[in-house]
Design a protein. Structure first.
Length: 226
């Protein structure tokens, strides 16, 4: 008749066998994605991890930019109630600049559609047009400043004029960054990079459309300030 010690040893061996069956002592399951597992799939293809990092980085950048401009907008609304607030007439070219920027968003999306359809020439032509429109917007902002100077309105003239220069200058600096991104996507040789051109174009479009929406918001603030 088996002793108590023999029964305990047998029970331990049976438990180990059950754990082996559950935990899997066999070969590990193959990775889901080509990059080693864990990546999401778009259209049935694995996406490079660096592409996800690009999207995350641009998302964080847009959030930080938004926080910065929201702080400026809050200061604008508070300062607008002061007695020394003297509204300045918005330069007429500002409306042309707005149309240029909105048109650039349209050409950018048409360009991305051409790229998705495999039309490289159509993509490049429309992408160049987007870049040119962005450059014309920046030139138009300088013209707007010139029109204010002709009126005798400078940065330190009054709080209203100060905010106009601050808003347009801060936004213009970020648009310059967007133009640089457009040129990067246009001129970069993506055959030797880990990020395909469609992903780079998509991430750049996020930022560019964000700049367009931000400008419309700032323009509404400036118009209400008058």
């Amino acid at each position: 008749m088996p002793g108590t010690r023999d029964i305990q040893v047998r029970d331990i061996q049976e438990i180990e066998i059950i754990l082996d069956d559950i935990g899997g002592s066999g070969p590990p399951a193959p990775p889901v994605d080509g990059d080693g597992g864990g990546g999401d799939r778009r259209g049935g293809q694995s996406e490079p991890p660096v592409a996800r990092r690009y999207r995350t980085a641009i998302g964080l950048a847009m959030v930080s930019i938004l926080i910065f401009f929201m702080a400026l907008a809050s200061a604008f609304l508070v300062r607008k109630t002061s007695t020394d607030w003297i509204p300045a007439k918005l330069p007429s070219v500002i409306w042309v600049n707005t149309l240029l920027l909105l048109a650039s968003s349209a050409t950018l999306e048409f360009s991305r559609r051409r790229l998705a359809a495999g039309d490289s020439d159509g993509f490049r032509n429309l992408w160049k047009m987007t870049t040119v429109l962005g450059g014309l917007f920046l030139v138009g902002q300088l013209v707007a400043w010139r029109q204010l100077v002709v009126q005798g309105v400078y940065v330190a003239t009054n709080p209203a004029s100060s905010f106009f220069y601050i808003f347009t200058a801060a936004h213009g600096i970020h648009v310059i960054g967007g133009v640089c991104a457009l040129l990067y996507v246009l001129l970069r040789n993506f055959d030797k990079t880990k990020v395909p051109r469609p992903v780079a174009a998509e991430v750049t479009s996020y930022y560019w459309h964000f700049m367009d929406g931000l400008w419309v918001f700032l323009l509404a603030l400036l118009w209400l300030g008058n």
